[in-house]
Structures are given as structure tokens and as C-alpha cells.
Design a protein around this ligand. Structure first.
Ligand code: ADP
Length: 607
């Protein structure tokens, strides 16, 4: 491990090594948008959208958050449904912009078409309504904006990242084509990215039903640089024309500029019609081959979506399962699955079979399956909790607490002897290289590796717990650890030593009565906002550490209720049953933090 990365350690319970990308919830930002000094005349006369939007038919109210972006017709805002704190991206189209029948038809077409779509890689359409000023279209919020934003910050992406995004685009596009729908405007700005860095295909403003070659409208639509030759030649748009755009997208992501970009639009069209572009030698041979097989003049010569997926660019190259949020602004450290992961995946398949566990279940229990040669115990946690399920349950509990909470100036008396629980006393973000390390109050240390596996050292480092996935666990005696896990164990030890030597514990808790070392919650997911670090655990608990004042909120799940522990600036902890806070109220300081945490959880729960 490169120890120089740790040099700037401060004596706090944490160390950050990654840029902060996650944005705070809308309502925690200053209300309203900062006014831009150079507004155009049309913008100046456009009335500001009210802070609160009400659907008079359903009675639902939505509070307006930040402006997400502006499109041809619409402005898109973050909005929160005040009934349940659910957040949306809402396209707001002024009635004045759709006063002509063909303009209204375009929006109606977009709504009617989008409504029918339901796919993992297509932006979810929620609902829509209108009032006398605007039409409001409620969409799944993609908080990391679009590939256009990522491309702007990065200029070029690596092959594994391009494979990661293209696979998802192709999955969404195959779905559209299977329903006889053409997107007709595939470009970086229409590939949205959600909180979890998953891609969603969006903006169906130009989408249309696929028609026979004879019936096809010969209109030119789409973004000039990505138009296919047959569309420019007014031969109509087919599925192959979407594939052409996909080839342009791949080229742009890998090379940093579109393939047919020139200073003059006429020249660009000429280049497209003649398929005149250059392949930089820096591109991998497989990428060059794939791009040339897609950018074929004759639509029937182009690869199909399935052929693209079967191409050696995909079959011989590594595609990550997920990308870290840091990939929005910098090259991620993406390692192909370690030999350990490969080995244990194979092992798990033979032991546990291929059956997948269900996503969300309230109760977690582990079933020891087999003891193999006395070396290790493996278990499959049936019904393992997913991060989204943990977030949703906690969000609901906090929401109901906040909704009943009376006004109060201080906290109620805290529990004198709260049941012992485990929390994170130190953490270190080394995700630019390996993963996120943390030390628990019972002295166990764990690392959630970037590739998704988790390894922890328990029982005074005598036991190693390895999780291949959230529901496939292996436990070993440290002195009988398979070779394949030695490297990961070494990294955990280095991070553990670093935390031990350089960071101080994050509060006064857990000194006299510690929970048993065996009670070892596993970190399922961590995420940073501008203000706080959020950690979700597989026992249904969560912890939020606020950076600036070092306060912490720990929500511990105890059977079917929660105990909330607040660690103050002075590092003093107080625990309360959540239900008591709901009945008696809390200090404004704590209430403010609970609101913030609830808003954050909304992002996870809806992801
Ligand atoms: P138009 O159809 O009028 O061109 P867009 O669909 O392009 O409008 O939306 C305008 C901008 O709003 C986009 O560039 C993007 O930044 C933002 N946006 C649109 N949909 C979403 C979404 N689901 N999540 C987050 N941001 C979005």
C-alpha cells in the first residue's frame, strides 16, 4: 500500500481520500436559485416558478428544489413530494411554450410514449399534471445528471467505463426496439446517471414508433453530429440509425470529441454522408474494430445491438459491475475481479447454487450451511437486507418520528443504560485504490472493497470474515486463511494499523460495556455528501458522521424498533428510543440533523 497517501492524517476519527460528489438534498441548500447576472431577455420575462407546486386534483404538494437543467421546452427541477419526502426530477413546461397545436402534440407524444415504458435502464415516468401556467412531468431523479456532464469533466473515459455505460444503454435500447420504438436522439445528454451510478435512457421528445421503410417520415431530427447518413439522405430513421448514434457515442467517450465534428455544419454533414472520420491510434484495436463495424454507411451492414454485445470489445475486455461516484470527475481505479473473488464466486456457486436471494425482506437470519474440512464455515444469509431496504426502513421510521415530534427546546432525558450496540469509531476512505475501511466499537475492523467484496477481522484479529456478496459469507480462522484471501487481509491489516495509529475514536461510547465481538455488523454501503458520511449496515442500522463539527447520528435497529444515539460536538453520546423523540420532541440541533438524514435516505430508498 502506498503509505504516502496517509501523510496528511489529522487526529480525527476519519480520513477522506476522495472528492466529495454527492450533493446535499434540495431543501438543505439555500432556497431559490442563485440569480445569473447575464440572463437573456426571454429568461428575464419568464416568471419564476413558485416554491410550492400543488396538484389541485390530487391535493399533493411538491416543494421546488434546485434547477437540474434546461432543455428545448422545459426547465427541470428537483422536487420533493411533501407527503412522503420522495424526490423527483420534474420537467416544467410553460403553457406559453406549447400554445401551438404541433408543440402540444410533441409534449403529448412524449408523455404518452414515456408512460408505457418500464425498464431498469430507462428513466422512470411517474406521473404528470398541469395548471394554468405549466405542464409538470414527474420523472425518476437522476442525481448525477448525465453522461454529457461526466464527459465534460473527464473528456475521455477508459474502456472498462465505456463498456459499463454502453452495456446499460444497449440494454435500454434493446427494450425500446423490442417495443417498436426508436429513440432518434441518442446523445450523451440523454443518458442520465442516478445516485448509484446506474445509467437511465431518457428524453423521449423525439422518440417515435418504428414504421416500415415506405411509411417512415423523412424528417431530420436528432443532434447534427450523431445523425446517421440515411437520416441525412432523408431515407427515414430505423433501428440501425439508433445504432449509428451509439457508435458516435462510443467514439466520443473514448476519443474526447465526436467523430464527425468540424467547424462547419455543412462540412460535418458531408463527412457523415461519406463516413469520413479518423480513428486515433490511442484507441485499443478492439475499440477501433467495433467503431468501424458500427459506423457503416449502409444500415444493413451495421452490427446489431446483440452483435455489438458479442463483439470482442465486450467479450474479451473487463466490464465493472459498478462504478464509484468519483468516476464522474476522475479516472477510477478499476481492477478486474481479484483471483480471490473469482475463486470464491466459483466456490459459492458450487456450494450455494445459483439461486439469487430476494431483494427486500424485513428479517435477517443466517443459515450455516456446511463445515468444510474444519477450515471454514460458510453461510448463506437468506433474505439478506439490501442497502435500499435498510435506507427505506430507517427513512420511514425517521419520517414518522419527525411527523409527530412536538416543538421542544431540548432533548428528553436520555437512556441511562442503553443496550450495547456496535458503531463505527474510525474510518478511512481509500477508495481511490482499494476501498473503504472502518473500525467498529467492538474493535473489529473491516474493508468494503471497491469490487464489492467485504473482509473483516474479528475476535482480536483471530477470525476472518469474508463476504463475497451480501448474502454469501465465509468465516475462517486467521491462521487457516486460503492463499486467495491473503492480499485482501493484508490491506485490511494495513488500514487497521493506520487507523489505530493516526485516528482518534469518534466519541465516548462503548467503553464500559461493549457488545460481544461476534456481533459484527457488516458495512453494506457508504456514501459521502458535502456535509456527511453515511454508512448502512446489514443489521438494519445506519450511522451518519457530520464532517465539520464531528457530530454523529447512529440509528440502531433493535428487533423492530430503533434507538437513536447522538454524539455531540463535545463527543458526548446520548441515546433515546426513536419513539420517545417522536413523542417528546428534540433540540433544534438534533431535529435539523434528523431531517437531513431523512432526506439523504430518500436518495438511497428511491435508487
Ligand atoms: P427537453 O426535452 O426540453 O430538452 P430535457 O429532457 O433535455 O428537456 O431536460 C433538460 C435538462 O434537465 C437535462 O439536460 C438534464 O440536465 C435535466 N434532467 C432531465 N431529466 C432529468 C432526470 N430524470 N434527472 C435529472 N436531471 C434531469
Amino acid at each position: 500500500m502506498d503509505s504516502t497517501c496517509f501523510n496528511t492524517a489529522q487526529r480525527h476519527s476519519c480520513q477522506m481520500m476522495n472528492p466529495d460528489l454527492f450533493k446535499p438534498p434540495a431543501d438543505l441548500r439555500q432556497a431559490g436559485q442563485p440569480s445569473k447576472p447575464n440572463r437573456s431577455k426571454t429568461e428575464q420575462i419568464r416568471p419564476e416558478l413558485a416554491q410550492l407546486v400543488v396538484d389541485t386534483k390530487t391535493g399533493r404538494s411538491y416543494s421546488k428544489g434546485k434547477l437540474l437543467g434546461k432543455g428545448g421546452f422545459a426547465r427541470c427541477y428537483e422536487m420533493t413530494d411533501l407527503a412522503n419526502n420522495k424526490m423527483y426530477a420534474v420537467k416544467v413546461i410553460p403553457q406559453s411554450r406549447v400554445s401551438k397545436p404541433h408543440q402540444r402534440d410533441k409534449i403529448t407524444n412524449e408523455i404518452e410514449l414515456h408512460k408505457t415504458l418500464q425498464h431498469k435502464h430507462v428513466v422512470k415516468f411517474s406521473h404528470h399534471f398541469e395548471d394554468q401556467d405549466n405542464i409538470y412531468i414527474f420523472l425518476e431523479l437522476c442525481s448525477r445528471k448525465s453522461l454529457a456532464h461526466i464527459w465534460k469533466a473527464r473528456h475521455t473515459l477508459t474502456d472498462p467505463e465505456v463498456r459499463y455505460y454502453l452495456r446499460q444503454i444497449i440494454s435500454g435500447l434493446k427494450y425500446l426496439h423490442s417495443k417498436g420504438i426508436l429513440h432518434r436522439d441518442l446523445k450523451l445528454g440523454n443518458f442520465f446517471v442516478n445516485e448509484n451510478m446506474e445509467l437511465r435512457l431518457g428524453d423521449f421528445g423525439l422518440a417515435a414508433k418504428l414504421e416500415t421503410v415506405e411509411q417512415r417520415k423523412k424528417t431530420i431530427c436528432g443532434t447534427p453530429n450523431y445523425l446517421a447518413p440515411e437520416v441525412l439522405n432523408r431515407q427515414g430513421h430505423g433501428t440501425e440509425s439508433d445504432v449509428w448514434s451509439l457508435g458516435c457515442v462510443m467514439y466520443t467517450l473514448l476519443c474526447g470529441n465526436p467523430p464527425f465534428e468540424t467547424l462547419d455544419l455543412k462540412e460535418t454533414y458531408k463527412c457523415i454522408k461519406e463516413v469520413r472520420y479518423s480513428l486515433p491510434p490511442s484507441l485499443s484495436p478492439a475499440a477501433q474494430k467495433l467503431i468501424s463495424a458500427v459506423l457503416q454507411k449502409n444500415p444493413s451492414d451495421r452490427l446489431t445491438l446483440d452483435q455489438i454485445l458479442a463483439h470482442e470489445y465486450f467479450s474479451k475486455g473487463f466490464t465493472p459491475d459498478k462504478l464509484p461516484p468519483s468516476a464522474c470527475v476522475m479516472v477510477p481505479e478499476l481492477n478486474p475481479p481479484s483471483p480471490a473473488k473469482k475463486f470464491f464466486t466459483k466456490m459459492a456457486k458450487s456450494l450455494f447454487g445459483k439461486k439469487k436471494s430476494k431483494g427486500k425482506v424485513q428479517k435477517q437470519h443466517c443459515l450455516p450451511l456446511s463445515l468444510i474440512k474444519g477450515l471454514f464455515l460458510c453461510a448463506v444469509c437468506e433474505d439478506a437486507l439490501t442497502p435500499a431496504a435498510v435506507a427505506e426502513a430507517a427513512m420511514n421510521a425517521l419520517n414518522s418520528c419527525l411527523s409527530t415530534m412536538p416543538a421542544a427546546s431540548k432533548n428528553p432525558p436520555c437512556l441511562v443504560k442503553p443496550k450495547p450496540f456496535v458503531w463505527v469509531t474510525k474510518w478511512v476512505d481509500y477508495s481511490n485504490k482499494y476501498g473503504f475501511g472502518y473500525q467498529l466499537s467492538n474493535q473489529n475492523v473491516g474493508v468494503l472493497f471497491n469490487e464489492g467484496t467485504h473482509l473483516s477481522l474479528c475476535d482480536q484479529r483471530r477470525t476472518v470474515h469474508y463476504c463475497l456478496t451480501n448474502n454469501k459469507h465465509f468465516t475462517f480462522q486467521a491462521n487457516a486463511l486460503p492463499e486467495q484471501l491473503q492480499n485482501q487481509k493484508h490491506i485490511v491489516e494495513l488500514m487497521a494499523n493506520y487507523m489505530e495509529q493516526n485516528l482518534m475514536e469518534g466519541g465516548d461510547l462503548g467503553c464500559d460495556e461493549r457488545p460481544s465481538p461476534g456481533a459484527c455488523p457488516l458495512l453494506l454501503q457508504w456514501m459521502k455528501t458535502d456535509h456527511a458520511l453515511v454508512m448502512l449496515f446489514n443489521n438494519g442500522s445506519l450511522q451518519v458522521n457530520f464532517y465539520t463539527d464531528h457530530t454523529k447520528v447512529i440509528l440502531s435497529k433493535l428487533s423492530d424498533s430503533y434507538v437513536l444515539t447522538y454524539i455531540s460536538r463535545e463527543r458526548l453520546s446520548s441515546s433515546y428510543p426513536l419513539s420517545v423523540l417522536g413523542e417528546r420532541g428534540s433540540s433544534p440541533e438534533l431535529r435539523h440533523r434528523l431531517r437531513y438524514v431523512t432526506q439523504l435516505l430518500q436518495h438511497y430508498a428511491s435508487a
